[in-house]
Design a protein around this ligand. Sequence first.
Ligand SMILES: [Zn+2]
Length: 236
Amino acid sequence: MNTNFTIVAKTAQCIRCGKEFTFGVYAVLNSNGPKICPDCGNTHNQEAQSTQKKKAARSRAVTAEIPNEYLHYIAEKDPYNTLNAIMQQSKWNLYLVGSYQAGKSHCAGYAAYCLLENETIFNAHFIQVPSWLRETGRLMASAPDEAALRIQRATKCDLLILDDIGKEKLTERTGETLFEIFDKRLQQGKRIWVTSNYDGRGLAEKLGYDLGNAIRARMLKHEFKMIQVKGGVELK
Ligand SMILES: [Zn+2]
């Protein structure tokens, strides 16, 4: 039992702000006393935590393969506030449609990075659809295990961004792969953000009758929120 416990208040000068502050007996017992006042101590911890968080988010963004140039955001280049529109609806499946270089991919990538930073999600995957499907199709023939891993990863991550869907005509096999990923994720309630130059009908045409209509039907059924991206965001 503590019977002879007394609190001794002492004063010291903070090495950060120079202010005199009072501290109690614990600090005296453990060391020569604290060197930083409680105010500066709190700020210091918060700064350290936020640096830590940013570092963690960066490394998750690298793992997610979000292109490096999308990890920056300049508000003046987003006059229609697309980022805000995405963030407000970030829990939903999204369909970002707008003309070439309107900034859809940039905003989608940066929004995903924000979610990784505020730890809403931990695991995203940014896929540039045409090249990803081409490579996956190639691997299906030469290294099927590797192709299966790629598909598994796209199917299981917290947030999948399918960038530039409809840009290229797909082969039957890559079209099926795309649909399978799409369908499995939606069945499991896993989010997909799509960016495209085409609206739903245009996309259906672009992807070919069967695949295009199947994907469009899934988007309608699973209530994809459409965001029209009017443009302004430029790549640095
Ligand atoms: Zn201080």
